[in-house]
Ligand binder design. Structure first.
Ligand SMILES: *[C@@H]1O[C@H](CO)[C@@H](O)[C@H](O)[C@H]1NC(C)=O
Ligand SMILES: *[C@@H]1O[C@H](CO)[C@@H](O)[C@H](O)[C@H]1NC(C)=O
Ligand SMILES: *[C@@H]1O[C@H](CO)[C@@H](O)[C@H](O)[C@H]1NC(C)=O
Ligand SMILES: *[C@@H]1O[C@H](CO)[C@@H](O)[C@H](O)[C@H]1NC(C)=O
Ligand SMILES: *[C@@H]1O[C@H](CO)[C@@H](O)[C@H](O)[C@H]1NC(C)=O
Ligand SMILES: [Cu+2]
Length: 228
């Protein structure tokens, strides 16, 4: 009755209906599991009103649902970005640096700080930007967008202050600090493959495929699923 093929299909289906990651602060344009691999997670239109955000250092918060994932954030300075190209260069062709280093997180809630005014792309009080978070937990690049208006001296809600900035270090699957849900945590140990990215941080096109790391974990997880 159940061919291996249909079982595999079921596994893949199960994995796509699982919330890969959410962008929780600032609020995302929207979340749709199945469309998260698309530009802005499948929400191509600017959300209004834009959320006030810090021109200087400000926190971003995500919830990661994969054992190990690679994360990076970049911005568009267009008031109406329509494609990844708009996150690559400004309207006068200046290359936009990545808003964060490329870093790794495990499962759970993480925050990291950005300093958009410091990116050197001419942002000032009142500038409109869209920040896009790229997340790869082993099942391909996923995206979430948030539309911001940058305010000089903006007071970030005190409960969102990010003191443990995840972008400043790389989580590794073999870390012993917080083994989440027991089950398959030790599985993804071959973390040595945090291969160099060469992402010289100039331009969002450094959107390199960093799938290798999480892929192993996800395959192991999928295999585990199929045993159930
Ligand atoms: C981004 O711009 C660079 C040139 O600065 C170009 O080589 C690259 O193809 C662009 N990438 C995307 C995704 O638009
Ligand atoms: C492009 O715009 C940025 C930000 O406004 C500015 O700093 C830069 O000098 C401009 N570059 C050119 C070539 O016009
Ligand atoms: C920034 O712009 C807002 C309006 O968008 C204004 O109320 C505020 O005074 C400005 N702040 C500074 C420091 O210029
Ligand atoms: C901060 O408070 C807001 C409003 O109560 C809430 O929605 C948000 O989840 C809180 N943030 C954190 C990190 O707990
Ligand atoms: C994290 O790993 C990436 C490559 O995956 C590397 O480019 C980056 O420098 C690392 N960051 C830290 C803080 O080790
Ligand atoms: Cu996923």
């Amino acid at each position: 009755m159940f061919s291996l093929k249909s079982l595999l299909a079921a596994c893949l289906l199960a994995s796509t209906t699982f919330a890969h990651f959410t962008l929780d602060y600032p609020t995302s344009r929207g979340f749709d599991d199945d469309n998260e691999p698309q530009y802005c997670g499948g929400f191509p239109n600017v959300a209004s009103p834009r959320q006030p955000f810090s021109l200087g250092q400000g926190p971003i918060r995500i919830d990661s649902h994969h054992n190990l994932a690679t994360v990076v954030a970049f911005i568009s300075t267009s008031s109406n970005p329509t494609s990844f190209n708009d996150f690559n260069t400004t309207s006068n062709g200046t290359s936009i640096p990545l808003a964060t280093p490329i870093f790794q997180v495990k499962q759970g809630e993480y925050c990291f700080n950005v300093d958009l005014g410091g990116l050197g792309v001419g942002l000032s009080n009142g500038s409109e930007v869209t920040l896009q978070v790229q997340y790869d937990g082993g099942d391909g690049n996923l995206y979430q967008c948030t539309d911001l208006i940058l305010i000089e001296g903006y007071s970030i809600p005190s409960n969102e202050t990010c003191t443990n900035d995840a972008s400043l270090s790389n989580a590794t699957a073999s870390s012993t600090t917080s083994s989440a849900s027991g089950a398959s945590t030790s599985a993804a140990s071959p973390s040595a493959s945090a291969s160099g990215s060469s992402g010289s941080s100039s331009g969002a096109f450094a959107r390199v495929e960093l799938a290798s790391v999480g892929l192993i974990g996800s395959l192991v997880g999928m295999a585990g699923l199929m045993l159930l």
